[in-house]
Design a protein around this ligand. Structure first.
Ligand SMILES: [Zn+2]
Ligand SMILES: [Zn+2]
Length: 744
């Protein structure tokens, strides 16, 4: 039996308390030797009678670790008595820093232990919890390469850090009130508010209805009580957008209905925002006028302290940046941007190295991949070449593939402005440095005008790299499966092979050979992007009938406006053709009068989904056609039926609106499923992959899935990546990798 050896453990072994874990196991099994952090691996020399037991314990790793391989080799090295944690060295850098981890239960009780070392201290953490990615500038993960370097440990913290019996043995983020980062409460002029306890004072201000900017782990939030939500929306000029809330754990069940699986997500180390159905769909309207509300539980010591003092059970918590822009991390930027929007600022003096928005989940699917999940690392074989995927334009992030792993960055935002482009560039540089990556291929969206496409071209021409353009919806399918399949990509908009706007697509084949075989019938987007902002334009694009014009006239459109609209659609001037599913849903929302102007991403479709709650579905006649050899589903026929249903209903009949919304979604989904089923039968494929932002719509996703299952086919989705555009950079890497491997 082996009694001595060199063990190398690879994977996410940094920032997860791996070395103290190994130390504790060595004590447990009377093992002599040492452990050393080498970047992406941990090197252990071990000797003792219970070597096999020690090895199997070490191979399991601490809770937050992700172990890829454990290799044991013989060693002739002399191993002295005792066990030692050695200073970090440098090895291969293919590992990864773990995501930030929500404050653990042990640390919460430390914070509320009267007279304890961590009593009331906001940045309490241990080897099992606390910030990681957001504070790390380089690997190996050690205090000197994090923003904790600015806070030398006091004697008591140093003692715990060195104590093998402590939960903070080698905890790089260890800090206490005596030595760690401090909070300050400021007014909007930047003056310190004189108070004994900034958190207690902040809670009192919030309770009194004031709006605060709060610097968190990955950036600034704006916070207020429910009674001030309307005021916050007014100040921000975002009257319709739903806000997320942070809720006290003992109150959350009174606000939303939480299925068991969702409760597990809420309380997981991620502590994401989980979009949940409201207990009373019409309640909390000032926060969210949808049937759902995004909820999260307190996830830092600061949050727990805040709620301890706060009399109200929930706080609106929305990120302080404009939607689609990067999270604000710096105090001076927050001050400059929000001096008129907020009343006070609660800040701290720990540098945020990497910004991280809150992650958002719904029904087990990721809507926003960020804090607690990113950097997201997936083992996948995409060949030997290093690939960068720069994502699409909206909800972008970046993915790097290297040595059998794809690593996706946190959410970056809408790369439509210089600030977000700069953040994308910074994110790519960071991934490159943390992974030691030398890109060989750069994958990007097919759209020639996207800033992300231009960025990809710049990197490629600078370094002479191969460029792989990936059609948006093929990237969605690639992110879902690499097996032969029929792929459904239902989405807002994406640039198609033919230069028109796609978004309701059915493919057949296997990545990277995916042929477009069916889609929604192309319809006019009168005024191009204007039709996205004003869905009534889209309604006429889909249903270019006199009765539609009459409806718009009744809603206040002038004869001149209607004349222009009519001429555009008739002549095709200033018209883009689209097969987008999102635009069809927008048009239905416009028809029902529930959204006449889109003020935030996805608004009309989200309101349609809410309007359909409690609606009865009725099967409508589906009309199919053929365009250039592809089968098409007529959205015009669906819209005509919806129009007729609504015209027949008495005015102001809310149930009729609900029924119509529900039936429109149901029949659109049924039609899309039928396109896929027809293609599967024809091409002899058994699997249907479903992706795209519209698949986040629960009613549509479930209808498609059940129709497909009923046709004796498998329907697969990828719950590990966002169904929407946050999954595209990963899909681009998968597409480019399989293409490159195929060519070799
Ligand atoms: Zn902890
Ligand atoms: Zn200390």
């Amino acid at each position: 039996m082996q009694k001595k050896g060199r063990i190398t453990v690879r994977g996410i072994v940094q920032g997860v308390g791996f070395r103290p874990f190994v130390y504790a196991r060595a004590c447990e099994y009377s093992i002599a030797g040492s452990v050393k952090n080498l970047g992406s691996e941990v090197e252990i020399y071990a000797q003792g009678d219970q070597f096999p037991e020690f090895l199997s314990a070490v191979s399991r790793g601490p809770p937050q670790s992700r172990i890829d391989t454990v290799i044991v080799t013989d060693t002739t090295k002399e191993i002295p008595a005792g066990f030692f944690i050695l200073p970090s060295g440098t090895g291969s850098f293919t590992g990864m820093i773990p995501p930030d981890i929500a404050c653990c239960d042990d640390c919460i009780s430390d914070i509320f232990k009267d007279g304890g070392r961590y009593d009331g201290y906001w940045a309490t953490s241990c080897v099992n919890c606390g910030p990681r990615y957001s504070i790390t500038s380089a690997i190996p993960y050690d205090r000197e390469r994090t923003s904790m370097a600015a806070f030398p440990m006091c004697a008591a913290c140093a003692g715990e850090y060195g104590d093998p019996q402590s939960r903070r043995h080698h905890a790089q983020t260890i800090a206490c009130a005596a030595c760690g980062p401090q909070l300050t409460l400021l007014d909007t002029a930047g003056n310190r508010v004189d108070c004994h306890d900034p958190v207690k004072e902040a809670a009192a201000l919030l309770d009194a209805g004031r709006i605060l900017a709060i610097r968190g782990i990955g950036g600034f939030h704006l916070a207020c009580i429910e009674e001030s939500a309307r005021e916050l929306k007014n100040r921000l000029g975002r009257l319709e957008q739903p806000f997320a809330v942070m809720v006290r754990a003992d109150e959350i069940d009174r606000i939303v209905v939480i299925p068991a699986r969702e409760r597990d997500y809420l309380t997981s180390p991620i502590h994401p925002i989980v979009v949940l159905p409201k207990r009373d769909p019409s309640a909390h309207a000032p926060i969210s006028n949808l049937h759902t509300i995004g909820c999260m539980l307190p996830y830092t010591g600061l949050h727990h302290l805040l709620f301890h003092h706060l009399k109200h059970p929930l706080l609106v918590m929305t990120s302080a940046n404009m939607p689609g822009y990067p999270m604000i991390t710096e105090l001076d930027v927050a001050m400059a941007r929000h001096s008129h929007d907020v009343d006070f600022v609660l800040s701290h003096n720990r540098q945020i190295e990497n910004r991280c928005d809150d992650s958002v989940l719904r029904d087990g699917y990721i809507i926003r991949l960020s804090r607690g999940i990113a950097p997201k690392r997936t083992a996948i074989d995409l060949g030997t070449r290093c690939i960068l995927g720069v994502g699409p334009e909206l909800n972008a992030n970046a993915t790097c593939y290297i040595n059998g792993f794809a690593v996706t960055s946190p959410h970056v935002g809408n790369v439509r402005n210089p600030a977000t482009l700069e953040y994308l560039e910074e994110t790519v540089r960071k991934l490159q440095r943390l992974l030691g990556a030398k890109f060989e291929i750069v994958a990007h969206d097919l759209h020639p005008q996207f800033l992300s496409t231009r960025f990809a071209r710049e990197i490629a021409s600078e370094k002479g790299l191969e460029l792989v353009p990936v059609q948006h919806h093929r990237a969605h399918i690639a992110a879902t499966t690499t097996a032969p399949c029929i792929g459904i990509a239902i989405d807002g908009v994406g640039y198609g092979d033919d230069g028109t706007v796609w978004g309701g697509e059915v493919f057949s084949g296997r990545v990277p050979d995916l042929s477009r075989v069916a889609h929604l019938e192309p319809v006019a987007m009168p005024g191009g992007d204007l039709a996205t902002r004003f869905p009534e334009r889209m309604l006429y694009g889909i249903l270019p009938e006199e009765e539609c014009l009459a409806l718009l006239a009744k809603r206040g459109w002038s004869d001149i406006e209607l004349g222009v609209l009519k001429r555009q659609v008739a002549t095709g001037f200033a018209v883009t053709m689209t097969s987008s599913t999102g635009r069809a849903l927008d048009a239905a929302a416009a028809l029902l009068g529930i959204c006449r102007e889109r003020t935030y991403d996805g608004e009309p479709a989200m309101k349609l989904e809410s309007a359909a709650i409690g609606g009865r579905t009725e099967p409508w006649v589906l009309k199919f056609g053929t365009t250039n050899g592809c089968e098409t589903l007529s959205t015009r026929a669906l819209m005509q039926t919806a129009f007729d249903c609504l015209s027949e209903a008495p005015r102001g009949d809310r149930q009729a609106v609900r029924d119509c919304a529900a039936s429109f979604q149901y029949n659109l989904a049924r039609g899309i499923a039928a396109l896929a089923i027809h293609a599967a039968k024809r091409d002899g494929l058994k699997t249907v992959a479903l992706s795209g932002g519209v698949a986040i719509n629960c009613a549509i996703r479930e209808t498609i899935m059940s129709e497909i299952t009923a046709a004796a086919l498998d329907c697969v989705t990828n719950a590990e990546y966002p169904l929407g555009d946050g999954g595209v950079s990963f899909g681009q890497c998968v597409y480019a990798g399989t293409l490159s491997s195929q060519r070799r």
